[in-house]
Design a binder for this molecule. Sequence first.
Ligand SMILES: Nc1ncnc2c1ncn2[C@@H]1O[C@H](COP(=O)(O)OP(=O)(O)OP(=O)(O)O)[C@@H](O)[C@H]1O
Ligand SMILES: O=P(O)(O)OC[C@H]1O[C@](O)(CO)[C@@H](O)[C@@H]1O
Ligand SMILES: [Mg+2]
Length: 539
Amino acid sequence: METLSQAITSCVSIPYSSSSFLVRSHGLSSLILRKPRSPANPSLTSSSRSSSFTRASAVEHSKSSVSIDLSDPNWKTKYEREFEQRFSIPHITDVFPDAEAIRSTFCLKMRSPTEDFVGGYPSDEEWHGYINNNDRVLLKVISYSSPTSAGAECIDSDCSWVEQWIHRAGPREKIYFRPEQVKAAIITCGGLCPGLNDVIRHIVITLEIYGVKNIVGIPFGYKGFSDKDLTEMPLSRKVVQNIHLSGGSLLGVSRGGPSVSEIVDSMEERGINMLFVLGGNGTHAGANAIHNECRKRKMKVAVVGVPKTIDNDILHMDKTFGFDTAVEEAQRAINSAYIEAHSAYHGIGIVKLMGRNSGFIAMQASLASGQVDICLIPEVPFNIHGPNGVLKHLKYLIETKGSAVICVAEGAGQNLLEKTNAKDASGNTILGDFGVHIQQETKKYFKEVSIPVDVKYIDPTYMIRAVRANASDGILCTVLGQNAVHGAFAGYSGITVGIINTHYAYLPIPEVIAYPKSVDPNSRMWHRCLTSTGQPDFI
Ligand SMILES: Nc1ncnc2c1ncn2[C@@H]1O[C@H](COP(=O)(O)OP(=O)(O)OP(=O)(O)O)[C@@H](O)[C@H]1O
Ligand SMILES: O=P(O)(O)OC[C@H]1O[C@](O)(CO)[C@@H](O)[C@@H]1O
Ligand SMILES: [Mg+2]
């Protein structure tokens, strides 16, 4: 890896912020840059990086990061142009310049259903409520006045305001698919997540409103494309009407599966020309590869992702669906741990929550519950033993409060466990069980110091993942599902949909999975969490 001074010569790559390093660049006053995060899932990243401030690319054809010469008087315009390029979204006309656009069959004013779409496309009102293709959403909304402001993400030493616009999601007036010629498929991959059924339901409902009759579900993730024993599930409003009332996925999920070319072979055989892919970063890497393969084969197909990750580790989005529900549900586990700990003599409650690389659930659930004394996440290093270790503080809590609650994210403290190198079917590293480890270490430690403690350990992972979406996630899923369909009909492919600064936007897949989003230890939110728990640094 290059040193900082090697990386910062006349160019800097963005993003960076005030939090970690003070460096000098050519002809400029001091710049303070954020240390680049090391990608937590190396299997998703390319091995080469052009500079230590350049993002690793997640998938083939990932767009390069913006690098800019700050001594160029036009750097701002150049940056904005490069940003626009990076966040441009692939369209069917890139490959089929002559693709015909027709009036949308998704009518916002005239709601009477039409049976025959040939020449019968409604919607010629003046006000139509469609999204203009040039509508944009602002990605960053804070103008920082100084690099020392909390959470500052500055490009130059003055924190100059630079506009970063992304594409607004929603129905377009012109569409690139005739509904009667569409065969749409929906697939859910990876682990479960509250809200999967809500998204499936709204994709189906919206497709039907456009006039699509041929809608299928591919069972058990990408595996469903290759396993001959798994048959497509015909979907309609009738089939999906009540599926959101229960958790899980109507279609089933899986990890691993066939190669991208096998998947695209199968899509060709089945005549699928719209594919809606619900999943996390792995699934999206797959979706992007499918999109590229379809382009290579000159197939007129729209591949649209809907980010599903309970861990909330997808870049740029306010949150991903299921996360809110997970936090709410996680609080129940924390509350149980608190009650157990509080009701026992020298009680210690330990709760392990999901979060392979990112501690969002643990942080938010700790904040929401107000009952956690120690929150441990993968992003923040800590020691268990020693004068500043977790156990020393735990002893202090037992002596002063009489009980304590610890909330750990599953990816926390992996450096303290023995590595197994085991992988799941998708190639994700199987983590050591830090929850069990800290439970055992706690028991051992208090035995050594001869203080009786009553340790209760709760791992609610699968109980949390299996619940149905709460109201807030239900709404999010509904809008994401609808927008996924609007994006496909508008002719976009290789895109995903997310909520950004409370608005809905389409983003090119590589940009959202370049690396897993993680909790910034210098963020206001993590500091709020520390204020709430009152925990010291454990190093
Ligand atoms: N780089 C990749 N290229 C193509 N397909 C991939 C890639 N990474 C993962 N996949 C496929 O995507 C599917 C889901 O991947 P994975 O099991 O990692 O879950 P995920 O989508 O990241 O969701 P979760 O958040 O639950 O882990 C698997 O079928 C896997 O084979
Ligand atoms: O047991 P499974 O299905 O592999 O899923 C576990 C993983 O799924 C996640 O919940 C992400 O979906 C991670 O937090 C966790 O490591
Ligand atoms: Mg993943």
